[in-house]
Design a protein around this ligand. Structure first.
Ligand code: GLC
Length: 713
């Protein structure tokens, strides 16, 4: 027998159930705080896992309690939400997705893992992989946007970054693919609300990033709070037991979300904790995060015959196996081991990475030529409630990032433009009705050559439990903006946000509009790098930006319908009161070097299904400075047994071009790109015509497209 099997055989029922019990240390509160005596639970072996504790010393102390003061000395599993950085804070995931750069995503996760492990953490509750198409949903900020292909590349990169090459290494942490499944499609965009999506949507949109995470070796999976059509994910036997454990062959740990097992009672599928515990265990949930349903209900469930001891043993064995894979039995103190490591945060290198990631996350939405700010911009007014909002720059889920850590937008601009006279006025608060500061802000703008208007949300206005029915600028920011715009001076408007904010009026009037999201530790420096042209912007939207929230859910990979939108034909899919087109399409983002695509070609007009296809396209830099192009590759299966989306992202290429340069870029299209889930949800390539398109965004009016035909023998 293996070490963990031998250990399991020596454990009492209470000790086995203890390994399935995760309690919070409450150093940070990420859910409803429930009563509990943590230290007594650890010493008695009734708590085997903890969350929300970090720091080499506290981690070592609590680990010593488990290892040296319990009967079997089983180390604790310490988990924490290291979502976009631990101490060094990187851009929120939605922003980082805008980089379309898997190598970058892996690098930031690696640094996050090293910093978290230095603080004694062995597991992160990340990456969050919930595809969503609804900006009302606050957790849009935490995920990789609307597209399953993009989310899959993000999943792979993050799992690799967090887990490294060896899960037992002192700098590796177990990743957790969350929130399984379709949590990003709640009714009304309201967090935690019921989800009702088709099986086809599950297989085409929501499962792919989790499949990618599992293929990358993700150690754990976290089910979402949501139900799908009345079956809560925490008790979802078809998806957890049959798909995840069966079809996908996942034998890692499933950790519930915070108190989610007990919440099966509120869902209305369990009458008490005993039934809730039984439902979750039988569905394949191993660790009970914070609800104590397992601790308080599993032994009774066993007595009542609602569960079998084999199911408890299997769950406990998976948890013990994860602890062994993490090296916790070999050396429980390996993470956070030495003060030398703990202190050596290699601050400069990590902050440089944070600045690079932040630069690549910034998306220039419009630019009338105002950007980059001309060196002659001697007098700059920096106005608005996000200009000097240091703590807000961290965004939601800021882990161990200190509120006084980030560089503000004002500081970044002052550091980048030492020769300029930069004045600041807040004008209004992020939220609230007080407009007494507007006059002072307008006065500060009167003498300026250019105005940088820093608008947006507070960090808490996106993230968990932060859905907004009308995601517009909060408070009286619009009144401030319009008063400043009425001066008729050049205005660069920046949006610090965790979601697309609806502001078509701002786009119409500002000289430039820039999505600066929440960029983390180096926010101000990165924003200054882009505004001054030190960094030629490369960010592209990972989410469609609606013109009005009434368009949601809105996304580029839509199906045609039998009456596709045609403004000239009344009886087509449209709105009476606005266009169907978004404010900005998926993939949109401006560079300071105008780029163009020409001469798309493919190897042959016919290809054998199952073979890769090679496309190529010329990319031209029509500008006067070097610039990076992101070329998106889309396919469309024109006629199939199931109507296919008009566009599906299946690849991308990046290239940096010198001024005036023309380069031919090859775009390999893997055979799998032409497959879709058939009636049995098995990947299938059907014969017939495909359209292969390339573009600088998903704007269908600006794509280059060729037709090719799949031959199936
Ligand atoms: C929260 C979140 C989840 C997080 C967990 C622990 O409620 O839903 O994403 O990992 O609790 O903080």
């Amino acid at each position: 027998m293996s070490r963990v099997e031998t250990l399991l055989a020596a454990m009492t029922l209470e000790e086995k159930i203890g390994q399935l019990n995760m309690a919070t240390a409450d150093r940070v509160v990420t859910g409803p705080v429930l009563p509990g005596d943590t230290e007594a639970g650890i010493r008695s072996g009734r708590i085997g896992c903890m969350l929300n504790l970090w720091g080499a010393e506290p981690a070592r102390a609590i680990q010593r309690m488990a290892v040296e003061e319990t009967r079997l000395g089983i180390p604790l599993l310490l988990g924490f939400d290291v979502v976009h950085g631990h101490r060094t804070i990187f851009p929120i995931p939605l922003a980082e997705a805008a980089a379309f750069d898997a190598a970058l995503w892996e690098r930031t996760a690696r640094v996050a893992a090293v910093e978290a492990a230095e603080d004694g953490i062995a597991m992160t509750f990340a990456p969050m992989l919930d595809v969503t198409r609804d900006p009302r949903w606050g957790r849009i900020a935490e995920g990789p946007g609307e597209d399953p292909w993009l989310a899959s590349r993000f999943a792979e990169a993050k799992v690799r970054g967090f887990q490294g090459d060896d899960l037992s290494a002192a700098t590796s942490v177990a990743a957790s693919a969350k929130h399984f499944l379709a949590y990003g499609a709640p009714t009304g965009g309201r967090d935690y609300a019921s989800v009702d999506v088709s099986d086809r949507a599950l297989h085409e949109v929501y499962l792919p990033p989790f499949q990618a995470a599992l293929a990358a070796g993700c150690a754990t999976v976290m089910p979402g709070f949501n139900d799908i059509a009345g079956i809560p994910m925490t008790a979802h036997v078809p998806l957890l037991r049959h798909w995840l454990r069966g079809q996908a062959g996942f034998d890692g740990v499933v950790v519930s979300d915070y108190n989610a097992i007990a919440e099966l009672i509120r869902h209305g599928v369990a009458s008490d904790l005993v039934e809730a515990a039984a439902l979750a265990l039988k569905a394949g949930v191993d660790i009970d995060m914070m609800s104590s349903a397992y601790a308080r209900g599993l032994s009774t469930a066993l007595e009542r015959g609602l569960v079998e001891i084999g199911e408890i043993d299997a769950a406990a064995l998976r948890v013990l196996t994860l602890k062994e894979q993490l090296g916790l039995f070999d050396d429980p103190y390996r993470r956070g081991a030495s003060s030398a490591t703990a202190g050596s945060y290699e601050a400069a290198a990590r902050r440089e990475l944070a600045r690079e990631a932040a630069c690549r996350a910034i998306v220039v939405l419009t630019n009338s030529g105002l950007l980059p700010l001309a060196a002659k911009s001697r007098r700059i007014a920096v106005v608005g409630p996000l200009a000097n909002a240091r703590a807000e720059m961290r965004g939601s889920w800021s882990a161990a990032g200190e509120p006084d850590d980030p560089v503000t937008i004002l500081e970044g601009l002052r550091a980048a433009l030492p020769g300029s006279e930069i004045v600041f006025a807040e004008g209004v608060a992020i939220d609230g009705e007080d407009v007494r500061g507007v006059a002072e802000a307008v006065a500060a703008c009167r003498a300026a050559d250019v105005i940088v208007l820093c608008l947006g949300e507070a960090a808490w206005m996106s993230g968990e439990a932060a859905s907004r029915a009308n995601p517009v600028l909060p408070g009286r920011q619009r009144q401030l903006a319009e008063a400043v715009l009425d001066l008729g001076k050049p205005v660069v408007a920046l949006l610090s946000c965790g979601r697309p904010l609806i502001a078509p009026w701002l786009e119409e009037r500002a000289g430039a509009l820039v999505a600066t999201w929440f960029l983390g530790s180096e926010a101000g420096n990165a924003i200054a790098d882009v505004l001054t042209g030190r960094f030629n912007p490369t960010g592209r939207l990972p989410i469609t930006w609606p013109r009005d929230i009434g368009q949601a859910p809105i996304f580029y990979a839509a199906r045609s319908s039998g009456r596709p939108n045609n403004p000239k034909d009344h009886y087509t899919s449209k709105y009476l009161d606005m266009p169907v087109e978004p404010q900005f399409p998926f993939g949109h983002g401006l560079s300071y070097s105008p780029l163009a695509l020409e001469n798309l070609s493919v190897g042959a007009e016919k290809f054998q299904a199952g073979e890769d296809v090679l496309a190529s396209v010329d990319v031209v830099n029509q500008g006067a400075i070097a610039g990076e192009a992101t070329i998106f590759l889309f396919i469309r299966d024109v006629v199939a047994s199931v109507a296919r989306p008009l566009l599906e992202l299946k690849g991308l290429a990046k290239i940096t071009l010198a001024p005036g340069a023309r380069e031919n870029v090859r775009l390999p299209v893997p055979a799998s790109a032409f497959a879709f889930p058939n009636a049995e949800f098995q990947p299938t390539i059907e014969p017939g015509r495909f359209e292969l398109s390339v573009g600088l965004s998903a704007d269908r009016t600006r794509l280059l497209t060729v037709s090719i035909e799949a031959i199936v023998d």
